[in-house]
Design a protein around this ligand. Structure first.
Ligand code: MN
Length: 428
């Protein structure tokens, strides 16, 4: 079982009244961490209702852990995320005590609430590494069927949590523009040279990201039953993908320029601790599938999965009639759990470095929720109709893609992630 405490109590309320609304993404049970910019520079904050509590400004109200918060000024979340889960919990508990209804420090803290709409969100920290997995077997099968109709799923899939090493410098927070990439594309005819042109197959990938914390030693794998001690928190992640560039370059070493031009994340890191009520055992593997090898096996009864409902929406520049919902799916259906991804990543002796960012891979579901346009349009064969009457095979200039995430469970307060949005700008 996973121990819950007063920070998960559904009866708890905040003196920030907007945090108590039933559809609030950031109630007092959430308290995600993020970095934002004010005229005083980059500041560490916690989202509450529609506001941000400036933690550096209220550091003296946080008691023993105030020093950790002060260290984060100008450095992002690294000084916090580099510590252990006890320190993460201590900061979260201290912030909760300041924000709860009736708190004696409430009046002092209220002076350091900033409206979310008034500030720019920054990257929570610069990840040391970025690894993107491929953990949805539905996505792997759907995409595999487009490229290899007779052989959609490669034989290693059910044994190996497949991943590629991504690019860190182009990971940016929600709202940063995304420039359409140019690149080599498959020759139009046999023997011809490849064209270099703006991508005509720009896609999104609806994913969950998670930041690793603490540090492990090189040469010492992190076992699957200890992996959550290294998972600090989660965000939404869009692994923008140029399918035409990807299709031409990906064999034999995997994706490169088809993906490295941009990745967007939601700027609030929802802590693994806030997500504890939404942990669950993943669905059992279908009959006939192999069980995970011993180093990847979750202990019996482990709640290794996490039930976060993600949705993708597309808003075109042409209309004002609202966004079109593209698809939704839960991360609980993934074939590999976050713990299995960490255990696999470190199984060869590679270490965890605090601040590493891992992506789940595109999340599609058994019941037909699809996490990318290549799946929705079956490789551009079946255009998708938007609310404004136009159609899409892939993303067009001016399109805005918005990911949303939410956790719901009877008996608990629902929590959200905030938006992970990016608008496509024209190629140079
Ligand atoms: Mn991906």
């Amino acid at each position: 079982m996973i121990a819950l405490d007063e920070s998960h109590d559904p009866a708890r309320r905040s003196w920030v009244e907007k945090a108590n609304l039933p559809d609030a993404e950031f109630p007092i049970q959430n308290l995600p961490f993020g970095m934002f910019r004010t005229e005083r520079g980059a500041r560490l904050g916690v989202a509450i209702g529609g506001s941000i509590l400036d933690l550096v400004a209220i550091a003296e109200l946080l008691g023993d852990v105030g020093g950790i918060v002060t260290e984060c000024e100008g450095k992002g979340l690294a000084p916090l995320i580099g510590r252990d889960p006890k320190a993460w919990s201590a900061v979260r508990r201290a912030v909760g005590r300041v924000l709860e209804r009736g708190a004696s420090q409430g009046a002092a803290a209220a002076e350091h609430l900033v409206p979310m709409s008034a500030v720019e969100m920054l990257m929570p920290l610069r990840p040391g590494g970025y690894i993107d997995f491929f953990a949805s077997i539905e996505h792997a099968t759907n995409v595999g069927r487009i490229f290899r109709p007779d052989n959609p799923l490669l034989p290693n899939y059910k044994y190996v949590p497949i991943a590629y090493n991504g690019r860190v410098s182009t990971i940016r927070p929600s709202g940063a523009p995304v420039q359409r990439p140019r690149g080599q594309q498959r020759p139009q005819s046999e023997g011809a040279a490849p064209a270099v042109a703006p991508s005509r197959a720009l896609d999104y990938e609806m994913e969950l990201g998670f930041f690793l914390g603490g540090t492990s030693r090189i040469g010492e794998p992190v076992p699957v039953d200890k992996a959550w001690e290294h998972i600090f928190g989660f965000c939404l992640l869009n692994d923008w993908s140029a399918r035409d560039i990807q299709a031409w370059e990906y064999q034999p070493l995997g994706p490169f320029l088809g993906k490295s031009f941009a990745t967007t994340i939601s700027p609030w890191i929802v802590t693994a601790e806030a997500l504890k009520p939404f942990r669950a055992a993943p669905p059992s593997r279908p009959d006939g599938d192999p069980q995970p090898l011993p180093y990847l096996a979750e202990p019996a009864g482990a709640l290794g999965g996490i039930d976060i409902r993600l949705e993708a929406h597309l808003r075109s520049s042409a209309e004002d009639s609202g966004a079109t919902k593209l698809g939704g799916a839960s991360s609980l259906g993934l074939y590999w759990t976050p713990g299995q991804m960490v255990a696999h990543m470190t199984s060869n002796g590679c270490n965890v470095e605090a601040g590493d960012l891992l992506g789940s891979g595109t999340i599609s579901s058994r019941d037909g929720g699809l996490g990318s346009l290549i799946e929705i349009t079956r490789g551009a064969a079946e255009p998708l109709k938007l609310k404004d009457g136009t159609t899409r095979r892939y993303l067009e200039d001016g399109d805005e893609l918005i990911l949303r995430g939410r956790c719901e469970r009877d008996g608990f307060v629902s929590i959200g992630f905030g938006a992970c949005a990016g608008r496509i700008g024209p190629a140079l």
